[in-house]
Design a protein around this ligand. Structure first.
Ligand SMILES: [Zn+2]
Ligand SMILES: [Zn+2]
Length: 349
């Protein structure tokens, strides 16, 4: 009892400090955002420790920097580019269905307004010449299809007879286009949902999958280069304390484990890009209604390796690049076994 009373002033001070922090940084009052921020700080600290220890211990590297500054400059450039890419990806939108719906409906409303205005009779000077512009053509050009609103746009992407009720997300109360999924961490539906990345604190979806791929590519290169520098340090003949070697070996072991994980992740996501799949579709293939019954080796959204790569790098982040479900004929064509002629004509490309 006495102990609790003794601790009370400290508890009050702590509560006041925490309250002041939440007042200054309102985002910290949310536990999810707090843990996401904690992970971001941990990741940056990890990067700084690995590079800091290297420059602190390795006198050869300092000597090399004096002789060949471009070598260290390139390494540091990769280091800062990786961190910048991390924050850039973390802050980017994965493409939320609600945002896409708002933009589509606003565009549709604008087109309707323009169409109404253009249908007003515009008399020529002599009063017997009437100009009328059909708005549907205008909408076709702007939206890439003849969509009147989000509902029609989404329904057009599914085969005839699909129920609206089956497509509506019960959390967001919005119609999901094919490949979209509700993320319980973000509490929103994401277009072409891949996965929710804890390290980045955001979802990976249509809007930022390309950035995510570049981030893991840069992180892999940085890990590889740092590993080579660590090995060079351990192999050098300079005299040093045993504990320096012990620290470097422990860091090198954890770095090697991270590198293996990153390499596998990079290969896995490269495979997903080339076949136009998402992690969610690959892992839950049998449970996703639109993929059920499709043979394992058939990639329903794949348009060939080159086209998939182009869409991923250049066009996928656009909300108007949402993909409709393939028709039965298209699926039958994709299921067709490869012949010698297919190989010669590069059918998979
Ligand atoms: Zn949802
Ligand atoms: Zn999420």
């Amino acid at each position: 009892m006495k102990m609790a009373e003794l601790c009370r002033p400290f508890r009050d001070i702590r509560d006041r400090v925490v309250d002041r922090c939440y007042h200054l940084f309102p985002c910290l009052s949310d536990p999810a955002r707090r843990s996401s921020l904690g992970l971001k700080v941990a990741l940056v600290m990890m990067h700084l420790i690995y590079v800091g220890v290297l420059f602190l211990f390795d006198r050869d590297l300092i000597e090399k920097t004096r002789k060949e500054p471009w070598y260290t400059a390139l390494y540091l450039l990769l280091f800062f580019a990786t961190l910048a890419q991390y924050f850039f990806t973390s802050g980017s939108s994965p493409g939320y269905v609600l945002d896409a719906m708002r933009i589509a409906n606003e565009t549709d409303a604008r087109i309707r307004k323009a169409s109404m205005a253009s249908k007003q009779p515009a008399s020529s000077k002599n009063g017997n010449f009437v100009v009328t512009v059909d708005g549907s053509q205008l909408s076709k050009n702007l939206l890439g299809n003849n969509a009147a609103s989000w509902t029609k746009m989404v329904m057009d992407m599914y085969p005839l007879g699909t129920s609206v009720r089956n497509l509506t997300c019960t959390y967001c109360n919005v119609m999901q286009p094919p490949r979209a999924k509700h993320c319980h961490d973000c509490d929103r539906c994401v277009l072409q949902f891949d996965h929710h990345c804890v390290w980045l604190g955001t979802c990976i979806g249509q809007g930022n999958h390309c950035r995510f791929w570049w981030y893991i590519c840069e992180e892999t290169a940085l890990c590889l280069w740092t590993g080579i520098l660590y090995i060079q340090y351990l192999k050098s003949n300079i005299s040093r304390a045993w504990w320096m070697d012990a620290i470097m070996i422990v860091l090198l072991i954890t770095l090697s484990i991270s590198l293996i994980f990153l390499l596998l992740l990079l290969l896995f996501h490269s495979y997903l890009v080339l076949t136009n799949q998402t992690t969610y579709e690959l892992v839950r293939r049998r449970r996703i209604p639109y993929l059920r019954g499709i043979p394992e080796r058939v990639y329903p959204f794949s348009q060939g390796v080159c086209r998939n790569l182009y869409n991923f790098c250049c066009a996928r982040s656009s909300i108007y690049n949402m993909e409709p479900l393939p028709t039965a004929e298209e699926l039958a064509d994709k299921s067709r076994p490869f012949t010698c002629l297919d190989v010669l004509t590069c059918r998979c490309c």
